[in-house]
Write a protein that binds this ligand. Structure first.
Ligand code: DLL
Length: 430
């Protein structure tokens, strides 16, 4: 079932023509309205008239996070300020945030993409949608909110945290769908368990929309089995509207990236050269349907690959693999490059492991993986705990080629964050 059949099943030739027309329009606007882009394009020796087809994208300059920060607050605006209707910022842990502006057209287009994404998974106007993302400057909650409302769902703007209240809301209003980060999804499941509630009989949940931070297939499966839901992966970033850049359909076999709104490239993160379909690289995105703040070739630093096969759902927009890692999240221990997701994949597939974990890095590359395990493991024999610790250590060593110290903890010991989870604490000074 399609929200917009024509747009979702567009043939490759028409899509490419539409993309080329939109790219041209975007570049004309950038060049004539944004000093930064005019300068960058002049330096690269390219004029708007040189952009005729989609492959001309390679002539255009990249945009980085630093460019956004340097042009903070409004150096990348392409329209008069009076035509802006919304500001969002992307948090960022260091320095200034990145400001992203939206016109009325931009908000309508972003909400429509959200509605398209949610409808694709079977969400309908009979659904009760509890939004457990942070409302405010973060794009996560508001964009999703607008999309679910557009479908006609009753939206409960719960925001994150206060888990006891979330559970009452879910019970009182018979919530059928939730929007949640993977880390909070796992935590919610652990609180339900603690309260002796079984989602299958005590709640009306059917679907969970899970995104805003990297997570593994193992974590999705865990969320699905603990909360008794279908969990759909939702990818996006503030610079590109927020959630709804790419979304899973009912097949859950990769995320359709909405190519009528974003031009995607997969590039070698170091050389910036194109990577063939099916191979991993950095996702680089260009907005094709944004007025207020169009962005050219944005280096997301997210690592993924294009899944080249056609999706049986009939949608023609190509799919990307779930984010494999973020270039920024990678850390090096004893000369080995490690992504937190590699560790998560192992932990979430071990029986007896609970919901929360943390990776600590200390001087001399000492790496400790702290992991909460099911409460009943502590009630059993010590040998069971030793066996479990050995199993986790061995499997981690096989995955990451470094042997970490593994600490097993009682559930509820590690901090839970309301927004995005902090998985790696690196205190190394040498
Ligand atoms: O996290 C937008 C969003 C909100 C997406 C709600 C999905 C749901 P930012 O705060 O700008 O925006 O963070 C964007 O988060 O570059 C990825 O590294 C990561 N990320 C977002 N969704 C996923 C996902 C929002 N499904 C950054 N899988 C992105 C993996 C994700 N990583």
């Amino acid at each position: 079932m399609y929200w917009n059949k024509e747009a979702e099943t567009i043939d490759a030739v028409s899509l490419s023509e539409q993309q080329a027309a939109r790219l041209k329009k975007t570049v004309e606007s950038l060049y004539s309205n944004i000093q930064f882009y005019k300068k960058q394009m002049d330096l690269a020796g390219v004029k708007p008239a040189d952009i005729k087809t989609v492959s001309d994208i390679r002539k255009l300059p990249f945009t980085t996070r630093e460019d956004l920060r340097e042009n903070f607050p409004d150096g990348l605006l392409a329209i008069p300020k009076k035509d802006i209707v919304r500001l969002h910022t992307s948090s960022g842990t260091t320095g200034k945030p990145k400001a992203i502006f939206f016109s009325k057209h931009d908000i309508d287009a972003a909400s429509d993409l959200m509605a398209r994404s949610l409808y694709m998974t079977g969400l309908r106007n009979t659904d009760i949608f509890q939004n457990m993302m942070t409302y405010g400057l973060f794009t996560g909650a508001l964009m999703m909110h607008y999309g679910a409302e557009k479908i006609g769902c009753m939206v409960i703007p719960a925001g994150p945290g206060n888990t006891a209240r979330q559970i009452s809301l879910m019970q009182d209003f018979e919530t059928t769908a939730i929007h949640i980060t993977p880390s909070y999804g796992l935590y919610l499941a652990s609180v339900l368990q603690k309260q002796g509630l079984d989602p299958a009989t005590d709640l009306s949940l059917k679907k969970a929309y899970v995104g805003a931070e990297p997570y593994t297939e193992e974590t999705r499966k865990k969320i699905e089995s603990l909360l008794k839901v279908d969990a759909y992966n939702c990818y996006g970033l503030s610079e590109m509207n927020g959630p709804g850049v790419a979304f899973e359909c009912e097949r859950k076999n990769g995320l359709h990236l909405w190519e009528d709104n974003f031009l995607m490239e997969i590039l070698d993160p170091v050389t910036g050269e194109p990577i063939p379909d099916g191979e991993e690289g950095e996702l680089v995105l260009t907005t094709l349907n944004r007025e207020a703040m169009p962005i050219l070739r944005y280096r997301t630093k997210d690592i993924t690959k294009i899944l080249p096969d056609k999706c049986p759902c009939g949608r023609t927009h190509r799919r990307i693999h779930r984010i494999i890692g973020r270039a920024d999240d990678m850390f090096i221990v004893k000369g080995v490059n490690i992504y937190p997701q590699q560790i998560e994949r192992v932990l979430m597939s071990v029986k007896g492991v609970a919901e929360n974990y943390q990776i600590n890095l200390e001087n001399l590359d000492k790496m400790t993986v702290k992991v909460e395990i099911d409460k009943n493991m502590f009630d059993g024999k010590v040998e069971h705990i030793v066996t479990l610790r050995n199993e986790i250590t061995e499997r981690l060593k096989n995955e990451i080629l470094v042997k970490p110290v593994v600490e097993l903890l009682e559930p509820g010991t590690l901090p839970v964050s309301e927004g995005k989870a902090v998985r790696v604490i690196d205190t190394r000074t040498m």
